[in-house]
Write a protein that binds this ligand. Structure first.
Ligand code: APR
Length: 252
């Protein structure tokens, strides 16, 4: 495992040398913004059963219960601020050193940090979708309990969070766009993901199979550790704060 200095130095060298770098992020990049991850010691799936809250069957069984859980998460997301990790990825895009962020997250923090080219593989918790007419609209505040389940403002039909639940296909456009990005990339920087959920988790492997390099920033070992050119095991804000300084040193 590389030390912080070694990891940042190597990552910066790979970024400068890369022709097409792509970021792949999971809930770990938003953990320090106060948004819980899914697995690990204090992960959401330790407290809640995903099949009771994040499946179409769960929603059909009890839409209010599912909406209450999402309303709670919407509240967390709206109160959260992007971290330095989100912001450094946005500035790397600004510098032309990062082409796209492909995220499994539904919290919109990459966009709020200034990233413009973001592919949301699992949808957005800040969007609702009508289960009848398909109409979509953004959610700007935490829904009140008495408003649940949300109804479509167009047809009055039952609305659902516009996210991907277990057992559901990913939005076609997003998955195809992500395949294109990883097929084109010569560098992928993976941040804050266990990588266990498919098909998202396998996407970075496309880049590595084509001879690209992988930078892995995560609290602990994950499925990418054995194929990474550099592994940094620690909080992503520590890595990205140091990378931010490194970028400033090299452009000043
Ligand atoms: N800095 C860096 N990494 C972190 C931090 C942090 N501060 N905190 C946690 N992590 C790491 C954990 O070690 C873990 O490996 O982030 C990873 C989060 O993994 P998961 O909780 O499995 O989240 P994720 O990989 O995003 O899950 C993928 O699963 O439940 C579904 O749809 C959901 O998009 C989600 C998908």
């Amino acid at each position: 495992m590389a030390s912080l200095e070694e990891a940042v130095d190597k990552a910066w060298r790979l970024l400068k040398k890369s022709k097409y770098a792509v970021a792949f992020t999971g809930s770990g990049i938003s953990a320090e913004a106060g948004i819980p991850t899914f697995r690990g010691p204090d992960g959401l799936w330790k407290k809640y059963r995903p099949e009771e809250l994040a499946t179409p069957e769960a929603f059909a069984r009890d839409p209010v219960r599912v909406w209450k859980w999402y309303a709670w998460r919407i509240g967390l997301v709206l109160n959260a601020e992007p971290t330095i990790s989100h912001r450094v990825l946005a500035s790397l895009e600004e510098m032309g050193l990062l082409k796209t962020v492909v995220t499994q997250n539904v919290d919109g923090l990459h966009q709020r940090a200034g990233s413009r080219n973001v592919i949301e593989l699992h949808g957005s918790i800040l969007r609702a979708r009508c289960t009848v007419c398909g109409y979509k609209w953004s959610i700007e505040r935490k829904p009140r309990d008495d408003e649940l389940p949300l109804k479509c403002s167009r047809c009055g039909g039952l609305a659902r969070p516009d996210v991907v639940w277990f057992g559901e296909p990913l939005p076609r456009g997003a998955l195809e766009a992500a395949y294109r990005e990883f097929s084109r990339a010569d560098l992928v920087i993976v941040v804050g993901t266990s990588g266990v959920v498919e098909p998202a988790g396998s996407l970075p492997l496309i880049t590595v199979r084509r001879g690209g390099s992988l930078i892995n920033v995560n609290l602990e070992e994950n499925r990418y550790s054995s194929i990474a050119a550099v592994n940094y095991y620690g909080r992503s804000t520590v890595f990205f704060s140091r990378l931010h300084e490194r970028i400033r040193e090299s452009v000043s």
